[in-house]
Ligand binder design. Structure first.
Ligand SMILES: NC(=O)C1=CN([C@@H]2O[C@H](COP(=O)(O)OP(=O)(O)OC[C@H]3O[C@@H](n4cnc5c(N)ncnc54)[C@H](O)[C@@H]3O)[C@@H](O)[C@H]2O)C=CC1
Ligand SMILES: O=C(CO)COP(=O)(O)O
Length: 324
């Protein structure tokens, strides 16, 4: 079996390392110099330093990467997903994507972008759940959800892509899985802010729980199922990202709490933090659909309107009392 992992950031690299061995794995980066550097060093020093890339190929030639592949695994961020779909349109190979977010400017989830760019394809799925790239690359155990509208395809892909240290559950709730994976990044920014301000463990637990309520409210409107939000791609990833310091989104929040500018934080981060764009897109979508999402809205105002984090938290606490 040949698997083409398209996108050589932290997650594409970590997953490619874990998939290699039991399959021919080719890792594609759009940057020829990056490909040459990875091949020479045997590691991806720019995006995932310290992990050896053994038993897999690296290329910047997209045609070569996808030739005779049994699966395309898109590992580019949400911002690059549509572009990659356009470049690979018509290849006819099953597709699994890893990005977690709403598309900038369209308020769309990745599966909606797929429906527009690769219409009428059923062999397409999202892989999501609690999975820091570094731990997967190191072969530490992880469990994720592979979701497709076609439950039969989800089961087949989970069978083909699982590994002894990477347990994959299948699901037919594609919108539910994607909503959880996208919005947990926004809640992780909020949790980072709260922790950075020293508000403590009680406050963080409250943010996670009420964040999950926001995920469920929007997710149900978008066709997701309640039980999905309680699973790996919902609560599981929410817990990981809100509490684990490997999370880039959480780190954005921690630094915002110290008064650093968003622009400076993103420049130094050197990686994508999907929660920033997703906060804006979900903020607009929530207004459009009439869904109450106060934590997402507070994060959006901190990011876009320079609302001081302390004021945002005070605003959340002082909302009108209501039944849980
Ligand atoms: N890092 C992690 O532990 C995890 C990340 N994810 C998700 O996976 C996606 C990718 O994340 P990372 O790899 O961590 O990001 P990253 O910031 O480490 O790397 C992104 C990579 O994508 C490339 N890229 C960006 N736009 C592109 C385009 N249009 N065409 C080709 N390549 C492009 C960049 O050059 C870079 O190599 C995100 O949506 C993230 O939320 C999901 C689970 C775990
Ligand atoms: O999605 C992730 C883990 O499941 C990674 O989260 P960050 O993008 O915040 O690092």
């Amino acid at each position: 079996m040949k698997i083409a992992v398209l996108g050589a950031g932290a997650w594409g690299t970590g997953l490619a390392i874990q998939l290699a061995g039991a399959a021919d794995v080719v890792l594609w980066t759009r940057n020829p110099e990056h490909a040459a550097r990875i091949a020479e060093d045997g590691t991806n020093a720019r995006y995932l330093p310290g992990y050896a890339l053994t038993g897999l190929g690296v290329t910047s030639d997209l045609a070569e990467a996808i030739r005779a592949a049994d699966y395309l695994v898109s590992a580019v961020p949400t911002s690059g997903f549509r572009d990659l779909l356009r470049q690979t349109r018509g290849v006819g190979t099953p597709l699994v994507w890893l990005c977690k977010g709403f598309e900038n400017g369209t308020m769309k989830l990745p599966h909606q972008v797929v429906a527009e760019e690769w219409p009428e394809r059923e062999d397409v799925a999202a892989l999501s759940g609690p999975s820091f790239a570094q731990e997967v690359a190191a072969g530490q155990p992880a469990a994720l959800t592979l979701a497709a509208f076609d439950g039969e395809f989800a089961r087949r892909a989970a069978h083909d892509l699982h590994r002894p240290r990477l347990r994959l559950y299948s699901s037919s709730d594609l919108p539910g899985v994607e909503v959880g994976g996208a919005i947990k990044n926004v809640i992780a920014i909020a949790a980072g802010i709260s922790d950075g301000l020293g508000f403590g463990l009680n406050a963080r637990a409250a943010l996670l729980t009420r964040g999950l309520a926001e995920i469920s409210r929007l997710g149900l409107q978008l066709g997701g199922r309640q039980e999905t939000f309680m699973g790996l791609s919902g609560m599981g990833d929410l817990i990981l990202t809100c509490t684990g310091d490997l999370s880039r989104n959480r780190r954005v929040g921690l630094r915002l709490a110290q008064g650093e500018s968003l622009e400076g934080i993103l420049r130094e981060l050197g990686h994508v933090a999907e929660g920033v764009t997703t906060a804006r897109e979900v903020g607009r979508l929530a207004v459009k659909l009439g869904v109450e999402m106060p934590i997402v809205e507070a994060v959006r105002r901190i990011l876009d309107q320079d609302l001081p984090p302390r004021e945002a938290v005070a605003g959340l606490l002082n909302r009108e009392l209501r039944d849980e």
